[in-house]
Ligand binder design. Sequence first.
Ligand code: FAD
Length: 434
Amino acid sequence: MAEVAEPAEPAGLAALLAAAPPRGVIARGLGRSYNNAAQNGGGLVITTTRMNRIIDFDAENGLVTCEAGVSLEQLMTAGLPRGWFVPVTPGTRQVTVGGAIAADVHGKNHHVAGSFARHVASFDLLLADGQVCHVTPGSEPGLFWATAGGMGLTGIITAATVRMAKVETSRVRVDTVRTPDIDETMAHLSQTDDAYGYTVAWSDCLARGRNLGRSVITSGDFAGLSELPPKDRRDPFRFRPGSLASAPPVFPSGLVNSRTVALMNEAWYRKAPRSRTGELQTIGTFFHPLDGIRNWNRVYGPAGFLQYQFVVPFEQEATVRQAFEKISAARAPSFVTVLKRMGDGDPGLLSFPMAGWTLALDFPARTPGLAGLLAWLDEAVLTAGGRVYLAKDSRVPPGVLAGMYPRLDEFRKLRAELDPRGVFASDLSRRLSL
Ligand SMILES: Cc1cc2nc3c(=O)[nH]c(=O)nc-3n(C[C@H](O)[C@H](O)[C@H](O)COP(=O)(O)OP(=O)(O)OC[C@H]3O[C@@H](n4cnc5c(N)ncnc54)[C@H](O)[C@@H]3O)c2cc1C
């Protein structure tokens, strides 16, 4: 339980901070983080989604200035007709600009474009003392890189200027390849990194033996105008957001289990072409398939699910392989299992991305043996020099996290200087002493 404020203007925010309750205040965007990063039991949560105005769009240079509650979908709707797409998009476009900066989100183009903060020219940050600071990576590098990935704990971002990416159409030219095992999956991803702007592997986490880590890899780039069929060239930036279907309100717990996921994985893998090139896909199909089903999370039933994402450096391929071995041996049914190569990380003190392999997994919360499996993964990731993602973690022990984020103490020190009263706090920050 928390009190929730939904201001429509940033003007009253400082007063809310001045009257902060003992359990503190946290900003919340569209609530798409997979944990309690934007929750604050017993305290105040400030939802930014009514502060959602686009302030300026420089169509010549692709620079957009907007309030922090603007969603990436809004930026796409505003940008595409002028030939601009968001520089980085996560697997859902229902996230705010504030949330994208605070988690320093990454997308299928991380290996070439880096994470979201790299494309942020500036933001306005409301600090704990009520001052608003205009922050650029050049003028305030410490504050900029503590806030990018800082999970809302340095202040409330009220507005930001983002550099968009130029596109000629809204369609993505996609190549698909089916790989029979983990070795070929990783080899294919490594060999084709330079060839595509966007790439990701969907993996079958339950396959074992010679099928271990079999995957469907989709890679692509935005299509040029001349690549569209003539009938589509009249409207090259067509973009129709909106859910296609809604998941029924109640699913029984236990519907997503190792048997049903094994069947779905088999069907998905078999349905994918062995190899196909040049298929034109919409933004929704390629980037945000889950946005097409409203309330998709209900499929997991009332018990819910748990998301786990880690990254390990490139020389730690063995850890990725062992993770697949452990998960498939434990019959832990992650339906959405995504493997990807990341490029270099940015200087964000708590930013997740680093050069290496990232694996994202979705497990039904009641999977037998899940706690032990994830504790094993924590240790394996830590030993490999990797880390878990703070926008998704809901269970890693604080001591393990400190080993994963070597600049955590620097972050804590800066936070103590910026916010001596401890105005900003979330359930996540309390659990991990961030
Ligand atoms: C289906 C799905 C797919 C996803 N795919 C990816 C992916 O591919 N890559 C990826 O990186 N992430 C992914 N995510 C996670 C998501 O992108 C991040 O959790 C993102 O931060 C959510 O943004 P939000 O606006 O919903 O923020 P919230 O979830 O509301 O908040 C997230 C954090 O941002 C802080 N915050 C929010 N607004 C502000 C503000 N104005 N000022 C300061 N702090 C603020 C909050 O305090 C909190 O700590 C995915 C999530 C879903 C549901």
